[in-house]
Design a protein around this ligand. Structure first.
Ligand SMILES: O=P(O)(O)OC[C@H]1O[C@H](OP(=O)(O)OP(=O)(O)O)[C@H](O)[C@@H]1O
Ligand SMILES: Nc1ncnc2[nH]cnc12
Length: 175
């Protein structure tokens, strides 16, 4: 497990001043373009969730979809997309939130999660935590229970984990 984490961590590329001056962007594309590392990262998610009872996997557009959809297939679960506004065609719930580099909003289909379903929420990265809180609230508004919130990367200095107090959170790679 340690070795897997280190191998993926070493492949994540730092891009200074993207998308704004002062932001050190953690670029996961080198992980994705390497078949072995991409598979390892999905395995890491599956490893930390092996004792968690899950009905469905949810993930946040757009980088979260990459890992969330792959994990859903691996676990043989359905997939729920949480999207940026105006993208989902049916009736939605909406939550607005703040980002490390701006504000945004997310939507979920009102019937995406059934009452009482246990949902694992996946995203690539935890920064300030605003995205994850909004996504978790959307799942709860549908009647779902958060079984776990999992991130490939946590930017610990931003302390986003504090916003997620009360939720079971697992982060695989810390910077
Ligand atoms: O913890 P937070 O401060 O809320 O930030 C984390 C979010 O920011 C990034 O997404 P972004 O909104 O940049 O969208 P993208 O996945 O479409 O690139 C990342 O993929 C997380 O979803
Ligand atoms: N520093 C960062 N790198 C990559 N994605 C991010 N999302 C929010 N902050 C980020």
């Amino acid at each position: 497990m340690e070795n897997k984490v280190e191998r993926i961590k070493n492949a994540i590329r730092d891009v200074p001043d993207f998308p704004k001056e002062g932001i050190l962007f953690k670029d996961i594309t080198p992980v994705l373009q390497n078949a072995e590392l991409f598979a390892l990262s999905v395995e890491l998610f599956a490893d930390v969730l092996k004792n968690t009872n899950i009905d469905v996997v949810a993930a946040v557009e757009s980088r979260g979809f990459i890992f969330g959809a792959a994990l859903a297939l691996k676990l043989n679960k359905g997939f729920v997309p949480i999207r940026k506004p105006g993208k989902l065609p049916y009736k939605t719930f909406k939550e607005t939130y703040e980002l490390e580099y701006g504000t945004d909003a997310l939507e979920i289909h009102q019937d995406a999660v059934k009452t009482g379903q246990k949902v694992v929420l996946i995203d690539d990265l935890l920064a300030t935590g605003g995205t994850a809180v909004a996504a978790a609230q959307l799942i709860e508004r549908c009647g779902g229970q958060i079984a776990s919130i999992c991130f490939l990367i946590e930017l610990t200095f931003l302390e986003g984990i504090k916003k997620l107090e009360g939720y079971p959170v697992q982060t695989l790679i810390k910077f």
